[in-house]
Design a binder for this molecule. Structure first.
Ligand code: NVA
Length: 246
């Protein structure tokens, strides 16, 4: 849709419908595709695939989500925070739940723009250590405070933004039971938890959500929720990114 609004068009290529599905290497696909298109957005299960695609492409490759990170989502998130709070620097964002791709990218995004990030996650579900290190370097320049705790109430305390994501990301479906034992109900964002945040807290989620799992319906459908603005801003930030890169 972003390409259409910019006057171009986008072609959707499913893995199984192109030669990758017949065993063509990622490098060969990257080289052929680069002859046909001006840019590639790739959503991949394993981050390494994206790296390989990018290293053999002569056109820009945009990370449309990988198991490691999801940078384009965070562009929309920061825009949404700015729209709602009129500033970024010095705000406190509490991220509750899985230290996953979203959490890794929040670490980079927040630390670059001076948003304080407090992450509450269970043991063995912390964000990626390399991302944490990079965030700390960014934070030393931007003034962000980065904190990791096991206690959601502590993370949410006085927060301007409360953010969560699914407990089971794409590709992790077989871990569902194990993950639920670890996350439920302690890491669920519900109205009781939200009460520990500032009165005008905004609730964010990259969607799709699972009501009754990582977030309750009254929170995601409630007056503090900005998830639909957040969804809309995926479109606007995608246009901006495409305009910059292409
Ligand atoms: N962590 C989620 C993000 C979805 C936007 C996933 O990878 O499925």
């Amino acid at each position: 849709m972003a390409m259409r609004q910019l006057g171009g068009f986008a072609l959707y290529l499913n893995w199984s419908e192109i030669q990758l599905g017949r065993g063509e290497t990622i490098a060969d696909t990257a080289k052929s595709l680069s002859k046909y298109v001006d840019g590639i957005v790739a959503r991949v299960k394993i981050h390494q695939t994206l790296e390989e695609l990018a290293s053999h492409s002569s056109v820009p490759v945009i990370n449309g989500l990988s198991d490691l990170n999801h940078p384009v989502q965070i562009l929309a998130d920061l825009m949404t925070i700015l729209e709602n709070k009129r500033k970024l620097k010095g705000l406190k964002l509490a991220y509750i739940g899985d230290g996953n791709n979203i959490c890794n990218s929040l670490l980079i995004g927040c630390s670059k723009v001076g948003v304080n990030l407090s992450i509450a996650c269970p043991s063995d579900y912390e964000p990626n250590l390399e991302f944490l290190k990079k965030a700390k370097v960014n934070a030393s320049e931007s003034g962000s405070i980065i904190q990791i705790t096991r206690t959601p109430k502590l993370a949410v305390s006085e927060a301007d933004i409360v953010y969560t994501d699914v407990f089971v990301s794409m590709g992790q479906e077989t871990e569902r039971k194990k993950r639920f034992r670890k996350f439920m109900p302690y890491y669920q964002v519900n109205s009781e938890l939200l009460n520990f945040a500032k009165h005008k807290v905004i609730f964010m989620h990259p969607l799709p959500c699972h009501r009754g799992e990582e977030v309750t319906a009254d929170v995601i459908d409630g007056s503090n929720s900005v998830v639909w603005d957040q969804a809309e801003n995926r479109l606007h930030t995608s246009k901006s990114l495409l305009n910059t890169l292409l």
